[in-house]
Design a protein around this ligand. Structure first.
Ligand SMILES: *Cc1c(COP(=O)(O)O)cnc(C)c1O
Length: 406
């Protein structure tokens, strides 16, 4: 008899953004004259950098000529791109990573959801709370979650690393044995991050406990402060305990173009088996390579012009983040993040719950954000605003929030 993978049925629906959309549309229908500003979007809005567009056009033209046409890309990526990543993202930061430890993909979502496949079914997993839901859902689909408790919002077999204002968004090391931990810094959704000493504690803990860290660095290009690691491989000891997942999406606006990479040091082993070899085996079997034109576009993002243009785009989003952060502080809110990330995380006023604050902001300031509780139980009583709108709309939204207080 045929059967489905029942673990898929255990997943709760993707309720968060569907519910946000439902409430926004209901409000707009009832108030067609109101101008709603969306500060809930987790997607970039600026167009691709000119240097990237130029590289795309050129690569497309190469595909039009038999002499330069490219079919399947090498399984693990073109060397021109792997070398650019090695040089700019690792060597330039003093991180010892070799070109053949970099495996190109179509993005960090695929890699961060697929990486669990190379681990056994019974390992113990720890995730941040609040969290980017992909780490949890991919493990539920693989049968590693146990049972979901509606009341606590937690899966019985997962370990939750709670990050709140009380611990300054620096979760404590797990007290129970854990095999795999997902860390995302700078963090989505809180916009907060770990400094070098904080992350070193995790690396040391992982080495001492035979645990492995999956480090999602999707937002590293937003870092502005010194002493915040851009890669976990800047830290001593990381080569024996860490896997890093990188994305071109937030750094270079590739959310619709699709490009990422996973980095696994050769030393990283379980029972003498190389995780890099296992991952490469998986990729060769299940992925036929990121498109040539996209890998050329990725390469161009590291050219001199490309880097300068991308810096300007990042500066634009950073200015929005600063505007939101400072505006909310002026209005008396308790605000976190926004310095090394495009996300501002705020504590809802007067102990309001996340969804009540969502309705309050929509009805009184016509602003859409994202309720923190949607990212996990520790997000309750928090709210996320993002820097991915225009400067003008962001400024107007901030003025509306300030006016609420008067
Ligand atoms: C946006 C985001 C990514 C990027 O995913 P891509 O598939 O590369 O677009 C990865 N991790 C986190 C935490 C994100 O917020």
């Amino acid at each position: 008899m045929n059967q489905i993978n029942k673990d898929y049925q255990r997943l709760p629906g993707s309720y968060l953004f569907a519910e946000v959309k439902r409430r926004q549309e209901a409000y707009e229908k009832a108030h067609p004259d109101q101008n709603v500003i969306r500060l809930g979007v987790g997607d970039v809005t600026l167009p691709l950098a000119p240097a990237v567009i130029e590289a795309l056009h050129q690569a497309v033209d190469e595909q039009a000529d038999a002499a330069t046409f490219k079919g399947y890309a090498p399984d693990h990526g073109y060397d021109f791109l792997r070398e650019a990543i090695q040089k700019n993202d690792f060597a330039a930061r003093g991180a010892d990573i070799a070109v053949d430890e970099i495996v190109i993909s179509d993005g960090a979502k695929s890699d961060s959801s697929n990486i669990q496949e190379i681990f056994g079914p019974d390992i113990k997993i720890a995730v941040g709370d609040p969290v980017y839901p992909v780490y949890i859902d991919s493990n539920i689909m693989a049968g590693r979650g146990g049972d979901y408790d509606e009341e606590t919002g937690k899966w019985s077999d997962l370990v939750y690393l709670s990050a709140t204002a009380e611990n300054n968004f620096k979760p404590a090391l797990p007290e129970e044995p854990v095999d795999l931990v997902y860390l995302c810094y700078p963090n989505n959704p809180t916009g907060t991050t770990l400094n070098t000493a904080d992350l070193q504690k995790w690396v040391d803990w992982a080495n001492e406990n035979d645990a492995i860290i999956i480090f999602d660095s999707a937002y590293e290009s937003f870092i502005t402060e010194e002493d915040v690691p851009h890669s976990i491989f800047e830290l001593p000891g990381s080569r024996t305990c860490a896997i890093e997942i990188r994305s071109f999406s937030k750094r270079a606006g590739f959310t619709g173009v699709r490009l990422g990479a996973t980095i696994i040091p050769k030393e990283l082993e379980i029972d003498g088996v190389s995780l890099l070899d296992l991952w490469k085996r998986r990729v060769s079997t299940k992925f036929n390579g990121a498109p040539y034109i996209v890998q050329r576009a990725g390469e161009a993002s590291y050219s001199k012009e490309g880097k300068a243009q991308i810096e300007e785009m990042l500066a634009y989003y950073r200015r929005n983040a600063r505007l939101i952060k400072e505006g909310l502080e002026t209005a008396g809110y308790e605000v976190f993040g926004g310095v090394n990330a495009p996300y501002v995380w705020l504590k809802t006023p007067q102990g309001m719950d996340s969804w009540d604050f969502f309705d309050f902001l929509l009805e009184n300031a016509q602003i859409v954000g994202t309720p923190g509780v949607g990212f996990g139980p520790s997000g309750a009583g928090y709210f996320r605003l993002t820097a991915f709108n225009t400067y003008e709309k962001t400024a107007e939204a901030v003025e509306r929030i300030k006016a609420l207080n008067k």
